[in-house]
Design a protein around this ligand. Structure first.
Ligand SMILES: [Zn+2]
Length: 155
């Protein structure tokens, strides 16, 4: 992930979660929010210039926290050990395991889809078993192309 987009995420997080942030103002310091130091383009050089944000606000977003820390303490280019791109939405995220393919929100969606898919296959198998056993019964019991989310009556 480029620093620019990390910085953008940090700004968004500050607006959302920083207790000192009010209308682009830093309340305790009575001046414009100094979260981003425009003189430094890179996080590693000090673009994120608010200790309060880094210590108190940033940890509430674990993925972003890791990203920023990885940039602060690692001068190298984008660190693949810390982030990968979600194969569904392309967003960078910090994977919890090397096999993780989706960001957190897509992961939840995909899990749901997989469950539905599994249930659908299960229903289809049941239907085929039924049709092999009795051809007369399925004519009444199954509607091809029926609602795939209908709960199976035979459990
Ligand atoms: Zn995603």
């Amino acid at each position: 992930m480029k620093d620019k987009s990390i910085i953008r995420s940090c700004k968004a997080l500050a607006e959302r979660a920083c207790a000192n942030f009010s209308n682009r103002y830093c309340l305790p310091e009575d001046r414009a929010c100094h979260l981003i130091n425009a003189r430094y383009p890179d996080i590693h050089d000090g673009a994120i210039d608010c200790d309060y944000f880094i210590t108190a606000v940033l940890p509430s977003d674990k993925a972003l926290h890791r990203l920023v820390l990885s940039r602060l303490f690692d001068a190298g280019e984008c660190t693949p050990a810390y982030t990968c791109a979600c194969v569904r939405c392309g967003q960078r995220y910090a994977p919890a395991s090397p096999r993780q393919k989706y960001c957190a929100s897509c992961g939840a969606v995909m899990r749901q889809q997989r469950n539905r898919e599994k249930q659908r296959r299960h229903r289809e198998r049941k239907r085929q078993e039924g049709s092999a056993a009795s051809n007369t019964m399925i004519a009444k019991e199954t509607k091809p192309g029926g609602d795939p989310y209908r709960k199976h009556q035979n459990g």
